[in-house]
Write a protein that binds this ligand. Sequence first.
Ligand code: KIV
Ligand code: ZN
Length: 388
Amino acid sequence: MTNPSDHVLIFDTTLRDGEQSPGATMTHDEKLEIAEMLDEMGVDIIEAGFPIASEGDFAAVSEIAERSQNSVICGLSRANFKDIDRCAEAVRKAAKPRIHTFIGTSPLHRAIPDLTMDEMADLIHETVSHARNLVDDVQWSPMDATRTEHDYLCRVIEIAIKAGATTINIPDTVGYTAPRESADLIRMLIERVPGADEIVFATHCHNDLGMATANALAAVEAGARQIECTINGLGERAGNTALEEVVMALKVRNDIMPFQTQIDTTKIMNISRRVAQVSGFAVQYNKAIVGKNAFAHESGIHQDGMLKNPENFEIMRPEDIGLAGTSLPLGKHSGRAALKAKLNDLGFDVGDNQLKDVFVRFKELADTKKEVFDEDIVALMTDGTDDA
Ligand code: KIV
Ligand code: ZN
């Protein structure tokens, strides 16, 4: 059985799992600003924080709940009544509040609170029922699900559904799973758990082996309909699934992954830059979608191809993510076509002979620098004129 709906919900946890990255703490105002941007770009659910964690987190979740226009506002809580009550209080003013409660279900994680399997099952029943008495929208997560025995996972998910959970999230807490396994797990749960067709399965992947995006997409193909992710892939250790990657993958490869999100992708670049600023986590240059080089081409062959037809070397348009355009930075790998295009942009109309001459001097200069800037080209032209 697969899920017949083609709509994939985007659950952003930049303000919760993202902020849990050591050193990524954001101020109250920064969190409000990011939440507003997420709400405006069409994120279905914003996990705004962990209300019991601190007074600051509680205040941020409460204010985001009060201000949010469209998104469901969710807070995280552990499996105890005190956490859940605090979370309910924080999301109370949201038009669409959600409580997300979790407990570690793998053998390793069960040993932390030192509970037997039966004791943990009872606790899950009690805590999810308690949350469901406070709000209609309850998400439950078996933390470390991908390392939990399948029989036990099916058992506790069935208990959570019977207790009123409306979304069951399957976390790959330590980024251990691989794409085929991620898909098989979701398929197995949909087949085996009674009531699975009444709830939404979510996928929550970490990137320890660099497979978070692939694992999330594989889970969707198997029937998950909520992807948990963060802007720029911010998150614990190697981070979480990156929102921009899954959303653009579903858009660009809709031919083979026919699922829709409601994200306005033209807002991606702006929020990526803002999250990088407020978290202090710079985006790596070659990061998919939002890296500085994601739409930049330096080599001669690529630049020439781009000037002839952007589809030669770009599978999406920079405008789709809110970038003004492609960049063709000049460097030692650049060719004549790109230099000529740059000269024209800068207002220099050169004939073939002059281009030949400037190109030689451009290459000499490029060998000494990482990038040749507009000022360098202007200087090259001016020096060339003086010499002549
Ligand atoms: O990675 C994880 O298991 C989590 C849970 C709290 C859902 O972030
Ligand atoms: Zn996580």
